[in-house]
Design a protein around this ligand. Structure first.
Ligand SMILES: C[S@@+](CC[C@H](N)C(=O)[O-])C[C@H]1O[C@@H](n2cnc3c(N)ncnc32)[C@H](O)[C@@H]1O
Length: 234
């Protein structure tokens, strides 16, 4: 298997998107406070957050509004958001400053690199991938974030019993995710009733979810996929 850091196919395309002056200013002035610079050595998240609390990794948070809602609602959980879209990072930074939060940190980089180089084993209690880019054309399926090697990397960074939570508005992506997970012996399905009261499984509505609903995409229980990381066999 090709190590994921050597993967040439990226799950995103960098578009010279418009960034507002306020977002740009946030990147300059607020990122040093809430950002973690990308580096090629593992980070100590207890040190970063200044405490040992349950931790959630939010991959591809977009405009960050849903991540902010999670962090406001669950001050006893720490959230690491990883995103490559600079306007989204700037937007989230402004929201964090306004809310005065200390339980979110951001890394602006491809999450595949971040996991490979910066994240210790068993660092997270949950990993969220909400409405990943669907890459609907067959020839682009290789760009989908959820791939066997990616899921194996998530198994490494999740605690035993940790949650992997995917939501999508694309039936084909949901099916693809289920197939990838079915081939990975590290994860097992979770009963919905186990999740109802679990703050680590909290999922506020996201921007792309609302967009999907406007476009009449079906989004129901079929499109929410949650798996629990199994204890490795000794
Ligand atoms: C369709 S948007 C969904 C955003 C948000 N989760 C929502 O539901 O509104 C997917 C996001 O994932 C980000 N993304 C895609 N591949 C990524 C990667 N490898 N590392 C970090 N972010 C990524 C994109 O930049 C984009 O903002």
């Amino acid at each position: 298997m090709v190590p994921s850091h050597l993967r040439k196919v990226r799950s995103f395309v960098r578009r010279p998107g418009r960034i507002t002056k306020a977002q740009q200013r946030a990147l300059t002035t607020l990122l040093p406070r809430w950002g973690i610079p990308y580096g090629e050595s593992k980070i100590d998240l207890d040190e970063v957050f200044g405490r040992r609390a349950p931790r959630v990794l939010d991959i591809g948070f977009g405009d960050g509004e849903a991540l902010l809602t999670s962090a406001v609602n669950h001050p006893s959980i720490d959230y690491l958001g990883v995103e490559v879209h600079e306007p989204g990072i700037g937007h989230l930074l402004m929201l964090i400053e306004k809310a005065g939060l200390d339980n979110i940190r951001i890394i602006g980089r491809d999450v595949v690199d971040v996991i490979d180089h910066m994240i210790e084993d068993r660092a997270f209690d949950a990993v969220n991938v909400f409405f990943p880019d669907p890459w609907p054309k067959k020839r682009h399926h290789k760009r989908r974030l959820v791939q066997p090697e990616f899921v194996a990397a998530l198994a490494r960074i999740l605690v035993d019993g940790g949650l992997f939570h995917v939501a999508t508005d694309w039936a084909d992506y949901a099916e693809h995710t289920r197939e990838v997970l079915a081939r990975c012996s590290d994860f097992t399905p979770v009963a919905a009733e186990e999740l109802a009261s679990d703050p680590l499984a909290f999922r506020p509505p996201t921007k792309f979810e609302r967009r999907g609903l406007r476009l009449d995409h079906v989004i129901d229980e079929q499109y929410y996929i949650v798996r629990r990381r199994l204890q490795p066999r000794s």
